[in-house]
Design a protein around this ligand. Structure first.
Ligand code: GDP
Ligand code: MN
Length: 409
């Protein structure tokens, strides 16, 4: 959980599609496998014709655009050797529920395909696939370029079975990526001649794209050496730092909310930090640390948290109401535990907020346990107890946990 929490919330990230990542790369001079995105099979055929006119390609790859990797394994990347193939493969892929090792068992619906030029022609024997990513190494506080000759495969597997095949190059923030580092990378990948020169350019442009966009990760798997010794990006997985998006309106506009959890999107609009989980006790807490502790308490009491929800420092009636709406969308929720520490915010005001929100929403079908501690906690408990609503109050966390156990029984 902590790992997930860190990944998603303390360092919030935005993901984009492969075709969008490639357009960013191209704008920084990184050579890419060219492609055109399509929403329908008819558009896909037009895209294929246009690519043929622009690049001379006679074969194409039809690539499902979803926010998850491993698409090839799941049947979301297919080679088309004719325009008829482009049409029938697009018909097959658009609208499919694509299941990959990264989507979970329910898969993800494909709304768009990228029609890309075939870059492996005239045969895979003369091509090589590498792995390369640029990311922030948080322990070192530096950007690193991670790369390997074992491209195209699951990098986690390479890391597990043959870790010696993964190289890392640390970038000194004072001076940036140095020429000798790019040359070392090309050398370690076994390249010479034109391919070596092209890789040096590729690495420099990739690093520039990563830095200039405030990304937290650019992962290119595979990086391809074509049969005529050109280096290009076949795939692009990009994570952007959400906190820096205000500086990149063009990239922020690439957000595809249909790829994100709808409840999390709605929570974001009310400035609530919400992560859906699989349990039965909804929780509403002020402060991320207290929210984590509350989840532990719920587990100790024999329940399972249905969500992580931090309503922020100032839990007003409005935020409490928005939080109720979001928690109640989850049909698994059998009880709600509200745990507020009144430091800056006074407990009696939060209590009034809970009462107001409850009355505005009308009939809330599950029991609510409110634990308020801190400034004016006693007044707050009195307000709740006298409200006549189906709300249980507690001041001690232990009492709140016992109440959870009782209402779930
Ligand atoms: P991922 O499975 O989601 O990582 O999607 P990729 O974009 O990495 O594509 C998966 C695999 O499809 C690659 O590893 C390649 O082996 C293959 N592939 C991608 N582009 C081409 C192409 O132009 N021609 C051929 N023959 N295969 C390709
Ligand atoms: Mn890939």
């Amino acid at each position: 959980m902590l790992r997930y929490f860190r990944k998603k919330k303390i360092y919030p990230q935005m993901n984009i599609h492969e075709y969008q990542g490639k357009s960013i790369l191209k704008s920084f001079g990184v050579r890419i496998q060219e492609g055109i995105v399509a929403d329908t099979p008819e558009q896909a055929v037009e895209a294929a014709k246009q690519l043929q006119a622009e690049t001379g390609t006679g074969w194409w790859v039809v690539k499902a655009q979803i926010h998850a990797g491993g698409r090839g394994k799941g049947g979301g990347v297919k080679l088309a050797k004719s325009l008829d193939d482009v049409k029938s493969l697009s018909e097959q892929i658009i609208g499919m529920q694509l299941i990959t090792p990264q989507t979970g068992p329910q898969g993800k619906k494909v709304n768009k395909v990228l029609i890309a030029q075939d870059v492996y022609y005239p045969g895979e024997s003369k091509t090589s696939e590498f792995y390369m990513s640029v990311l922030l190494d948080r322990a070192k506080g530096r950007n690193i370029i991670m790369y390997s000759t074992e491209g195209g495969m699951d990098i986690e597997e390479v890391a597990e079975h043959t870790p010696e095949k993964i190289f890392k190059e640390e970038i000194d923030p004072k001076v940036g990526l140095q020429g000798f580092q790019a040359r070392k990378i090309a050398f370690n990948l076994g390249l010479s001649g034109d391919a070596h020169k092209d890789m040096v350019k590729f690495v420099a442009a990739l690093y520039k794209a990563y830095e200039a966009t405030d990304s937290s990760m650019f992962e290119i798997n595979p990086v391809l050496k074509t049969s005529d010794n050109k280096i290009l990006a076949v795939d692009a997985k990009v994570n952007l730092d959400e906190n820096a998006l205000y500086r990149h309106a063009d990239i922020a506009a690439m957000r595809d909310e249909s790829e994100e959890d709808p409840t999390e999107v709605e929570a974001g609009k009310s400035s609530l930090n919400y992560v859906k989980l699989d349990g039965n006790v909804g929780c509403m807490v002020n402060g991320a640390g207290l929210a984590m502790a509350t989840m532990d308490i719920i587990k100790l009491a024999g329940g399972e948290p249905a969500n992580f929800l931090d309503v922020g420092g100032t839990a007003s009636a409005k935020t409490v109401e928005a939080a109720f709406h979001i928690i109640l969308k989850d049909p698994n929720v059998k009880a709600i535990l509200i745990n507020i520490f009144g430091g800056i915010v006074r407990c009696d005001r939060v209590a009034q907020g809970v009462i107001d929100a409850y009355q505005n929403i009308g009939n809330i079908p599950v029991p609510i346990i409110v634990r308020l501690q801190g400034t004016n906690a006693v007044e707050a408990k009195k307000l709740i107890d006298e409200s006549g609503l189906k709300v249980y109050s507690a001041i001690q966390l232990k009492d709140a946990a016992e109440l959870v156990t009782k209402v779930l029984a």
